[in-house]
Design a protein around this ligand. Structure first.
Ligand code: UD1
Length: 417
């Protein structure tokens, strides 16, 4: 297994260009299953989760053609309803094929994704909502077996604004009979991007980006050319890297309007964030102050940025807290940050971080994608050498992470085992 080796202590300087969004690309790729003809997607990042999705789309019956510049062409042929365990277990977002398959074929057999390091992550809200549209489910042999005649428009209220659940239902509703009203849905920018793609393909959707989405079903969707939005979490991660190294980085091709919570917290910490049209200049020339953070559904502070900010708080002045409200077990990075010298205590859903730590490099082990990013950030500030093991987590979500960091002066490299 590859590892990343980091010699910390270099203030990062220069510019980093943000790649296309992983979490927007995934649902849009699954939505292309429902589009007749060819869908051409631009700005899709080259990541392991994208490769897994493409493998699944091929398995389901699509021709897939990927060129080196982030362009992917998908042409559905004869679609079959089974998403096998071997593909689903490596990526939970595979469950996003459930809505499209039911809408298209009236049946689906999708492996249950199972839990993961950050929590149980059930799909009960997806299933409950699809049942309201007329689908029936059976759970057997580790699979969700779904069937329906034609999905029917329904009025659905989500108990929690689940991102994946909103996406699955939004896709399913596009080809359902009649009107679907989805209430208390997630408002994440990636959902808006999915809705914009579906609208370009012929869907009738309004209200995306608010907590009520209305969809008038249509008889078919057509493949279109669509450019995926830039990745706000990748952008936030490099902003944190600039801050912790007291560097100065220009984040280019940045979804500035989707980063309010991150910019607000960095500014509160004393970091200058100079916002321009589609870039942010981050200047970390003062000592950071600790802050209190509560993760929340968008537009709240993203759970996907919590671990990276924890690394910042370890070296900031004073004590701060991070309360995680989205996932029940998302503090796996705490023990590893402690190995680097951090002073953190976890009490239930809250981490209490005493700042001012002197971080010293050590071998650390990543447990999930964003936890790995926090260890890289901490490693960039630590004295000596930090080795981040299990880099495959990072490869799921960050395109060319070590190359992008090298380009702004970081001493970081990959070692193959
Ligand atoms: C998506 C993102 C992930 C991000 C998360 C929250 C993708 C591919 N992944 O994950 O990076 O961290 O949103 O912003 O876009 N839940 C249920 N029942 C359900 C569905 C969800 O209890 O049927 C719970 C989950 O266990 C979790 C919470 O709701 O505790 C949030 O999950 P959800 O918003 O669905 O996140 P994902 O779509 O899995």
């Amino acid at each position: 297994m590859d590892k990343l080796v980091i010699e910390g202590g270099v203030p990062l300087k220069g510019s980093i260009r943000i790649s296309g969004s992983k979490n927007a690309s995934l649902p849009i790729l699954f939505a292309s299953l429902m589009c007749s003809g060819t869908t051409v997607l631009l700005n899709v990042p080259d990541l392991r989760d994208i490769q897994t999705t493409l493998a699944l789309l091929k398995y389901l019956g699509c021709d897939v053609d990927r060129s080196s510049n982030g362009q992917i062409k998908i042409s559905p042929r004869v679609i079959q309803p089974e998403a096998p365990y071997d593909l689903v277990r490596t990526m939970r977002a595979s469950i996003l094929c459930l809505g499209p398959l039911l809408a298209l074929l009236g049946k689906a057999k999708v492996a249950l994704p199972g839990g993961c390091a950050i929590g149980a992550r059930p799909i009960d809200l997806h299933l409950k909502a699809l049942q309201k549209m007329g689908a029936c489910f059976e759970l057997k042999q580790g699979y969700v077996w779904g069937s329906c005649k034609k999905l029917k428009g329904a009025h659905i209220y989500f108990d929690f604004p689940t991102v994946g659940g909103t996406e699955n239902l939004l896709m399913a509703a596009c080809l359902a009979e009649g009107e679907t009203i989805l209430e208390n849905v997630a408002k994440e920018p990636e959902i808006v991007d999915l809705a914009n793609f579906l609208r370009a393909a012929g869907a009738k959707i309004t209200g995306h980006g608010t907590s009520v989405i209305k969809v008038e079903g249509v008889s078919q969707l057509k493949g279109v050319k669509y450019k995926v939005m830039p990745d706000r979490i990748e952008a936030g991660t490099y902003m944190a890297a600039a801050a912790i190294t007291k560097g100065q980085i220009k984040i280019e091709n940045c979804p500035v309007e989707n980063l309010d919570a991150v910019i607000t917290k960095l500014t509160e910490m004393g970091i200058k964030c100079l916002v321009q049209k589609d870039c942010i200049q981050v200047v970390g020339d003062t000592e950071m102050q600790a802050v209190d953070i509560i993760t929340a559904p968008y537009p709240g502070f993203p759970t996907d940025m919590q671990a990276q900010f924890m690394a910042l708080m370890c070296v900031a002045k004073g004590s701060g807290t991070i309360k995680e409200t989205i996932f029940e077990n998302r503090f796996m990075h705490v023990m590893e940050l402690i190995r680097l010298g951090a002073d953190i205590k976890v009490r239930g859903d809250t981490a209490i971080i005493k700042g001012g730590a002197r971080l010293i490099g050590a071998p650390v082990m990543a447990s999930d994608l964003r936890a790995s990013a926090s260890l890289v950030i901490a490693g960039l500030a630590a004295e000596g050498v930090t080795e981040v093991n299990r880099v495959y987590h990072l490869d799921r979500g960050y395109e060319n992470i070590e190359k992008k960091l090298q380009a702004v002066g970081a001493r970081i490299w990959r070692e193959k085992k």
